[in-house]
Write a protein that binds this ligand. Structure first.
Ligand SMILES: [Ca+2]
Length: 278
């Protein structure tokens, strides 16, 4: 294929998948595309890893691969999910879970089970808002509330973040921050959850699409985090003791873990940065 016809193909794909704005196309392997992505035109991987350096524990862009772009240690081991178009229209740029039995684990998950604070950033598109499955849990167990887990309100799809203190499942062994921001189904949303411990009190913040939730609310009775011995799991969660896992139905992209409190400016940067852009 000649260079000109290749260029026409690329431009044609941009119009097909990305609308009329070619800056929405992300292609990590083609320098030619980088120059069209506006002022933040640096390489996507170099950008996040250089900005956050050692604070970035893991970053899974799911661009046709389960690799960890922040160093390679925490790749995803897929048990069913497959790649679907991302929010830019790239054909294999996000990971889709079928809501039936798909899930994934993350390798070397113990290294993500860190003392607080921890922040988690991700993009999500729910197939439907009425689902009770968890999307991310940093310690999956079927009987105890352990780790940090990211879920959605079972009716509105509003994102929530919880910590478990290691006790048997129930509201007394978790503390949950509900964003109370309903998510539309089949729309991409950026979510950041920040979990910290301040003078022995668990303090959490949820950002949706770059802004802190204005009216969040807490529930549950836990004030400590215990990771137990579960793996880091994406796409499924047991909601109450002795029940079968509930599976997430929707797409996940650009999942990143940080070992510090992300500031509002950090969140805005993640929301607007290449690879995190709507
Ligand atoms: Ca992606």
């Amino acid at each position: 294929m000649g260079r000109l016809s290749f260029l026409i193909l690329v431009l044609g794909s941009a119009i097909l998948f990305g609308g009329c704005d070619s800056t929405t196309i992300y292609s990590p392997s083609r320098d030619a595309d980088r120059s069209t992505r506006g002022e933040r035109s640096g390489d996507q991987e170099e950008d996040l890893t250089s900005v956050y350096e050692d604070d970035l524990l893991a970053w899974l862009p799911f661009d046709g691969s389960p690799e960890d772009a922040a160093g390679g240690q925490h790749f995803a081991i897929l048990e069913g999910p497959h790649y679907v178009p991302d929010r830019h229209g790239n054909s294999a740029g996000a990971l889709w879970f079928d809501g039936v039995d798909d899930f994934a684990t993350i390798s070397q998950g113990r290294a993500l089970q860190i003392p607080l604070p921890i922040s988690v950033s991700y993009w999500v598109s729910l197939d439907q808002t009425r689902q009770t499955a968890g999307l991310i849990t940093t310690s999956f167990q079927d009987s105890h509330n352990t780790g940090v887990f990211l879920t959605f309100d079972s009716h509105t799809g509003a994102p929530a973040v919880s910590v478990g203190d290691g006790g048997l499942m129930g509201s007394g062994s978790r503390k949950t921050l509900h964003s109370n921001i309903p998510l539309e189904a089949r729309e991409w949303h950026h979510v950041v959850a920040v979990v910290d411990s301040v003078e022995s009190v668990i303090v959490m913040t949820i950002y949706v699409n770059g802004l802190p939730a204005p009216r969040p609310s807490y529930s549950g009775g836990a004030e400590a985090l215990d990771y137990g011995f579960g793996p880091v799991v994406l796409g499924k969660r047991v909601a109450s003791e002795g029940q079968h896992p509930l599976f997430f139905a929707g797409a996940l992209d650009d999942l990143a873990f940080f070992d510090r409190v992300l500031t509002p400016d950090d969140v805005k940067h993640l929301f607007e940065a290449p690879g995190f852009q709507r």
